[in-house]
Design a protein around this ligand. Sequence first.
Ligand code: PMP
Ligand code: GLN
Length: 378
Amino acid sequence: VHSKLPKVGLTIFSKMSQLANEHNAINLSQGFPDFSCHPKLIELVHQYMLKGSNQYAPMTGVMSLRERIAEKTEMLYTAKYNPETEITITAGATQAIYTAIAAMINEGDEVLIFTPAYDCYEPAVELNGGRSVFVQLNGPEYKIDWDHVKKLINQRTKMVIINTPHNPTGTIFSMQDMQKLEKLLSGTDIIVLSDEVYEHILFDGYEHQSVARFPKLADRSFIVSSFGKTYHTTGWKVGYCLAPKELMVEFRKAHQYTVFSVNTPFQYALADFMNEAEQYLTLGQFYQEKRDFFLEAIKGSRFKFHPAAGTYFQSLSFADISDEKDTDFAIRLTNDFGVASIPISVFYNINHDEKMLRFCFAKSKDTLARAAEILNRI
Ligand code: PMP
Ligand code: GLN
């Protein structure tokens, strides 16, 4: 078979989770909570299933859920999105990202991607005939050199993909970053795809700089988020996309032929839950406690770190411990010591060896304490 994605194999998330299971290791690799979602959410899904909400949802998503999203977006970011024409419910953020790229990217179009980058952007660009152009963020702060970005923009540039809070580094965009992006794109037709799945997980008093806060940017942007991250339900695969009407028309053309619609009872349950509990307002604090607990517990270890500003991932440097490649060290840490993580080099398009591993701290205190105890011995 002629592969359209010859470089792509099984994702690192599946690989490391498999390895963790095989070796009975504590799994801090793939990002998902090891605790349950709110019981009320499960009850609501159950109720809607019993009530008979088990057939196709509208192609664009259940209206009450789109309305709650519109209200939340206006409350938090003072941006108005019309639930009828500018909000679509998707099968997780992954599908929203794929669909936005499929709807917009033509053969030969260039897409700017900041690396390290979450793994689903590049294959989506490639499958649609586009070309990924990578801009490297440099540790330990992983800030963007906007002058460098400017040099990479040309007639073929069709899209810029941003992700804040950022997976895997935990860095966040500042207001100045957003203003620079806005200035850079003004007078061009370049579209922004803004992956904001960790929009509610910021620490130390930082505010999320959603594209929605910047009207001139929002006018050219797809904003993607995920209920998986916000309500501890990564397995439900429900997310959404916001975009101005003209962009959303194109998005929906692709959406209706990729999934058509997303599972119905979960959408109703999420809509009711959003109405009743604004749990997302305290999510930053909830995860900050976990980050702080984990970092406090490993502060005597030989791992070095800059505390993550957002997301539920913490990068740890093992430069003082080993010279191994991060992939080798991650495997050894799983097999021999019993803690699974993700080597940061997999998020780069080039050979990269920063001696850094990503650990997911969306875990119970007990799990984090057990992992820390092992990391302290290394
Ligand atoms: N973007 C980023 C940055 C992510 O970390 C994830 C989840 N790992 C996704 C998108 C995908 O979200 P979902 O599970 O809702 O498809
Ligand atoms: N987003 C999750 C992470 O970064 C993984 C999701 C997946 O397995 N595709 O760990």
